[in-house]
Ligand binder design. Structure first.
Ligand code: TTP
Ligand code: MG
Length: 369
């Protein structure tokens, strides 16, 4: 297999940088973006802060009162999160980044993986040039900075991006991976939280290098085969996960055969509504929203016919799903002549982070363990 060239682009202090963008005078001061819980004036947690605030010890996940204490007698700006605005900035960022990739995967509101193997003919030095160009464009077009990690896979690229911030660019070529990862604490690996780290400590494993050398059989016994294998490979810097567009591959769909062949909308909607409800159960379970709705009708001659619609904004509403499914089938049967034998419904363009404060708070809790 050809060596891949993978980048991770992570925007610097993203929410706070967005705030600086629309009000540049605050740039020189500590800027703290907060999720206010509303219970009392200062209850809630810090979402993120600019690097000026960080130099005073402010951190993501910290209680707001503590951040205020760290910034006592200092002219600092505390602002509530405005996720809708950050989403808008994020969309502009992503459309610039996307142009530089052979394969593109948005990994969060402010980060994305880019597979640039073809664009760089597999040359890591060319990837550094490409990354500089990208940084430049983000700077001139949007006045935003980011940190970029380049490596042979997503795992290494991600850790490399964390290495130098803000406005960093870190290249780790395949032959440097071992040396780069070995001295790091195991907590730098994705999936190693506080508890796993403690368990590893008990086994005498502190660094990634120690984890890489540890007996794999024993790792499997302690963490289970799946995690054990993952930890071993991760410690060696091995990761085969492809960079892939998520919204396109992720979808939920149901299809069903009609009791009799038909092109009668009401009759078809009886089945389609059931399919919508089943899909809706799944999306509620997955705590996800969808933006695109698609329908399919397979005709008597087995030819498939599809129609789809993308909404203005993501939703998890069953009513919206049913209404649009009906409109799409109506369109489909107006534009065709035959009877359908099977019908299906699909939702795609899924997103998990569109619901504002509630999810943001749980995100913080998760992130700060
Ligand atoms: P991060 O990229 O982790 O953090 P950041 O962009 O603020 O800072 P860095 O320069 O270190 O990359 O997260 C992206 C956004 O997600 C961040 O701007 C705000 C939000 N977030 C939270 O709401 N809570 C958290 O605990 C973290 C870490 C981030
Ligand atoms: Mg960031």
């Amino acid at each position: 297999m050809q060596t891949r060239v993978v980048m991770l682009v992570d925007m610097d202090y993203f929410f706070a940088q967005c705030e600086e963008l629309r009000n540049p005078v605050i740039r020189v001061k500590p800027v703290v973006v907060c999720v206010f819980s509303g219970r009392s004036e200062d209850s809630g947690a810090v979402s993120t802060s600019n690097y000026v605030a960080r130099s005073y010890g402010v951190k993501s996940g910290m209680p707001i009162y503590l951040a205020k204490k760290k910034l006592e007698n200092i002219d600092a700006t505390f602002l509530p999160v405005d996720e809708k605005y950050y989403e808008e900035v994020s969309a502009k960022v992503m459309s610039i980044l996307r142009k530089y990739a052979d394969f593109f995967e948005q990994a969060g509101i402010d980060e994305a993986f880019l597979d640039v193997t073809q664009k760089t003919s597999g040359q890591f030095q060319e990837a550094t040039e490409l990354a500089s160009k990208m940084k430049n464009e983000l700077n001139t077009q949007l006045k935003l900075t980011c940190s970029i990690g380049i490596g042979p896979n997503k795992l290494v690229a991600k850790i490399a991006a964390d290495e130098r911030k803000p406005d960093g660019l870190t290249l780790i070529e395949p032959e440097q991976v071992q040396e780069f990862l070995s001295p790091m604490n195991v907590s730098r690996l994705l999936g190693v939280g506080i508890r796993t780290r403690e368990k590893m400590q008990c086994l005498g494993i502190n660094t990634v290098g120690e984890l890489a050398r540890y007996d794999t059989q024993r790792l499997n016994e302690v963490f289970g085969r799946t995690m054990g294998t993952y930890f071993h490979r991760a410690a060696l810097g091995v990761d085969d996960e492809p960079v892939e567009e998520r919204s396109e591959i992720e979808s939920f769909s149901r299809i069903s055969t009609l009791k009799q062949d038909s092109r009668d909308l009401n009759f078809i909607m009886e089945t389609a509504e059931r399919l919508c409800s089943e899909i809706h159960d799944t999306i509620v379970n997955e705590k996800t929203n969808f933006k695109t709705i698609g329908v399919i009708a397979i005709f008597k001659d087995l030819s498939p016919h599809t129609r789809s619609k993308t909404l203005e904004s993501p939703t998890d509403s069953l009513e919206v799903l049913k209404k649009n499914t009906k409109k799409l089938f109506e369109k489909l049967f107006t534009e065709t002549e035959d009877e359908a034998r099977r019908v299906g419904v699909r939702v795609s363009n899924l997103s998990k982070e569109q619901k504002g404060q509630k999810q943001l708070t749980s995100f913080i809790q998760k992130r700060s363990e």
